[in-house]
Design a protein around this ligand. Structure first.
Ligand SMILES: Cc1cc2nc3c(=O)[nH]c(=O)nc-3n(C[C@H](O)[C@H](O)[C@H](O)COP(=O)(O)O)c2cc1C
Length: 196
């Protein structure tokens, strides 16, 4: 069996290979992974939401919450860079001003980008979670808790912003469809998440 490079191994390379450019690809499968999450999933991550590079996620229409670097080891040691799906929850931290509504603290589906965002040519590895919920405002400093349940695709480079947006839209469809199976949706109630 060939060894797939973990995200940490990719980050440690002196010269990382360039990500492939997405070109009029064949239609993508609308569901990924087996009927139950397979190792290394589920992977649980949590930490205070960090500021991202602010170059594009809001601009693209897909705001993301970045996990802190020191929270990434469980996924960077066991999974490759790429796009993932699962569930996430924002939880208030003691001492932080609480600006969200009660309904914003529920568990929601998420899609996550783990890697170097080749389109933006980031030099450092980030984990950016796009939670499928319309939050009324930013929540930096709040805790993000997330359970990663499967891999969708590798990170790609794009000839246009529109092409990247189109692929993220597909990632969301694939993520939601892939979560819509009993062994996956059951994990929205995982012990990681705070109960109301
Ligand atoms: C589901 C999802 C998939 C993404 N896929 C890619 C990708 O394949 N290539 C890429 O360069 N960036 C990808 N992005 C990352 C966006 O480029 C990222 O959100 C952008 O860098 C904005 O980050 P910033 O607000 O920290 O600047 C993806 C983001 C999400 C949420």
């Amino acid at each position: 069996m060939t060894h797939t490079q973990t995200a940490q191994e990719t980050a440690d390379l002196e010269h990382r290979p360039e990500a492939p450019v997405a070109t009029g690809r064949a239609p993508r499968p609308d569901i990924v992974g087996g009927d139950v999450p397979e190792p290394p999933f589920p992977i649980r991550l949590q930490g205070p939401v960090q500021h991202g590079f602010k170059r594009g996620s809001k601009d693209l229409g897909f705001p993301t919450a970045n996990l802190p670097d020191n929270a990434l080891e469980p996924i960077t040691s066991s999974a490759q860079t790429g796009i993932y799906f699962g569930y996430a929850q924002i939880a208030p931290r003691a001492g932080e001003s609480n600006t969200l509504r009660d309904e914003d603290y529920k568990v929601f589906p998420m899609v996550m980008s783990l890697g170097f965002n080749p389109y933006y040519q980031n030099k450092t590895l980030t984990a950016e979670v796009h939670i499928l919920h319309d939050y009324p405002c930013d929540f930096y400093g709040h805790d993000i808790r997330t359970i990663v349940l499967g891999y969708i695709r590798p990170e790609l480079n794009y000839i246009s912003r529109e092409a990247l947006i189109e692929d993220i839209r597909t990632d969301i469809r694939v993520g939601l469809k892939s979560l819509d199976r009993p062994a996956y949706s059951a994990l929205a109630n995982d012990d990681l998440f705070l109960k109301a």
